[in-house]
Every structure is written in C-alpha cells, then in structure tokens.
Ligand binder design. Structure first.
Ligand code: VAH
Length: 318
C-alpha cells in the first residue's frame, strides 16, 4: 500500500495516477496539505507532513509499505521564505525517515522515495555532463536542503538499513498540473503563452541551458527506480537522471516551428542567478548501469505533446 504526500503538486498529481493504474486505486493514498482533492484521487486525505504524529498514524493504520514524500518548497519560492523552505523540506524528509526507521524495527519495512534536484549542484560544479559524484556547493536554500536531504537519505540507509531511493530531477515539463514556483517553470509557461497567441516574456536569458525532462519520462524513472531490486540501487543519496537539455532560445525556436507568429522577449529576474549555478546537462551513467535508465522523449516530442495538450484555462497558475 502506497502513500503519496504532496499529491496536488506537479509530480504528485501524475504519480498518483500512474501508481493507481499499476497497483489499483484502492492501494494508493493521496495526501496534501489542502483539503481539495484537485485531481480526483480515489482516496484522498489532508495531511501536513510536518505533523509527525498524524503521519505515523496514517502509515500504521493503513499498513503503508511505500511512501513518496513530495511536499516541498521549490527554488524560487524558497528564496522568498528561506527558513520556512528549510523547515518544510528538511523536517518533512526527517519525519519520513524516522518513521521508516521505526517501521523497520517493527519488522514492517517502509520503502521511501524522496526527490532531489539538479539544484543540489552549485557554481563550482562542472556544468556540462555533470557527473554523479562531483563538487556540490548549492547556493539556493532549496538546493542546500536537497544536498542535506541526500546526505540524510544515505545516512538512514547506511545506519539503519532504510530502503530509501531518490532521483536528482531536472526541470520537469508537464501540462496536467502547474509547477510550484521553480526556476525551470518558464519551460511550461512558454507553452501557455504560445497557445494563447501571446508574446512570452521569459524570466531567464535566451542562452540559459538547463537539464529538463518530460513528465512521462520523470514518472517512468521514479517507478523504475522504486521497482528495481534493492541490490541494484547502489546509490542511496540520489541518482542523476538526464532527459534533454535546451535553452529558452532553443525552446522558443522549436515552438515557432509550429506557431510561426510566436515571439519571446527576455527579462531575466532573480531566478537567473539561481539558474546560472545549475548544470547545463547531466551524466546519468550510474542510473543507466544500475537500474537500466534510458530517457525516451526528445525536445521535439515534448513540444508536440505540450502544444497538443496544454489547457489554456490553467494558464494563470503556470
Ligand atoms: C525548480 N523545478 O526549478 C525545480 C527544480 C530542476 C529544479 O527542482 O526549483
């Protein structure tokens, strides 16, 4: 039985759907801090991940065996409230890891998924084909929380044998639910503008290349990692997982091939400084070798899928 925390978020909403198809909707418990079951999960409940007691109670009463802890503040919103971001991102993870440690002692192991990010890298990290093991000196509070979180995941695995698994997600592109205040959000907002017939003012400069991944690939990576035999999961901090890499200018050109009148202007804001410290592309050799990861969806496919599926009614939120 599976628990998803942060089920109304960009990843959570799609993961609940994918897990329900795989394991049956009766076995997937969607939770979020909001009382609104935004994406129609079959089983939905309010849960604040910072409420350790409520969390422990839910895990034991429902006999949860797998948890996806996706409640977090992202890079851009984190900078508006650094202490709040730190508290939510760290304590949320620690609560889960502690519950997993206790469950293991009871002989009821809880497999944990926790998302890290390319934000865990920093200005002194090699930016091209960033390796799995390298300098990590993040400068955003979000990135600092991701790096610390990776260390905690490995610590709980080594010290207590907790089966925790993690991916360093690139920016995720999707149409179902809006992203929640990250630096890579432009790559979704740009499609909404194109489909509304509007000019898009991009908050990153034209040449800011970043690693990105389409949601379907991101969900597949997550499920493949969680289903891999434990002995194949050799990295217990977090795996580099690559999808595609492009700059705003390149994405705009790919959209223009379908929407010829589309125009983009550039007005970098504080998010530019964050993006400048992140990798441009990732080397995910370990994920490929250990559990057979392989990205499938190209930039052209992303553009076609997004233009065919983005619902401009949800534009405001993006
Ligand atoms: C953000 N999308 O921009 C997130 C992220 C790839 C970076 O984790 O904050």
């Amino acid at each position: 039985r599976i628990l998803v925390i942060g089920a109304n978020g960009q990843i959570g909403s799609e993961l609940v759907e994918a897990l329900s198809i795989r394991h049956g909707a009766d076995n997937v418990f969607a939770t979020d801090i909001s009382p609104k079951n935004l994406y129609g999960a079959a089983q939905y409940q309010v849960l604040n991940v910072l409420d350790e007691e409520a969390l422990a109670q839910l895990v034991s009463s429902q006999d949860i065996t797998q948890v996806y802890q996706l409640a977090a503040m992202l890079s851009a919103t984190g900078e508006q409230a650094p202490l709040k971001a730190w508290k939510l991102n760290m304590d949320g993870l620690l609560n889960i890891l502690e519950i997993a440690r206790e469950r293991k002692e009871l002989g009821k192991p809880l497999k944990v998924f926790w998302p890290s990010s390319i934000a865990a890298f920093g200005p002194n990290t090699p930016q091209d084909a960033t390796p799995q093991m390298t300098v990590m000196d993040p400068t955003s509070i979000y990135g600092i929380s991701k790096l610390a979180g990776e260390r905690l995941c490995e610590y709980y695995h080594l010290k207590y044998g907790v089966d925790v698994r993690s991916i360093r997600y690139p920016g995720i592109i999707s149409y179902k639910s809006p992203p929640g205040g990250g630096t890579t959000d432009y790559a979704i907002a740009i499609f909404h503008a194109a489909l509304r017939g509007e000019r898009y003012e991009c908050f990153l400069g034209p040449q800011t290349t970043l690693p990105m991944i389409y949601m379907a690939d991101a969900i597949r990576a997550t499920i493949e990692l969680m289903e891999a035999p434990a002995e194949k999961v050799k990295i217990r901090s977090s795996y580099n997982v690559a999808g595609v890499s492009f700059s705003p200018q390149e994405l705009a050109a790919a959209i223009k091939a379908h929407v010829p009148r589309f125009a983009v202007s550039y007005k970098p804001d504080s998010r530019q400084q964050i993006a400048d410290t992140w990798p441009q592309s990732l080397d995910d050799a370990e994920a490929r070798a250990d559990w057979g990861w392989q990205a499938r969806i190209s930039v052209d496919e992303i553009v076609r899928e997004m233009l065919a599926n983005v619902d401009v009614k949800v534009s405001q939120a993006a």
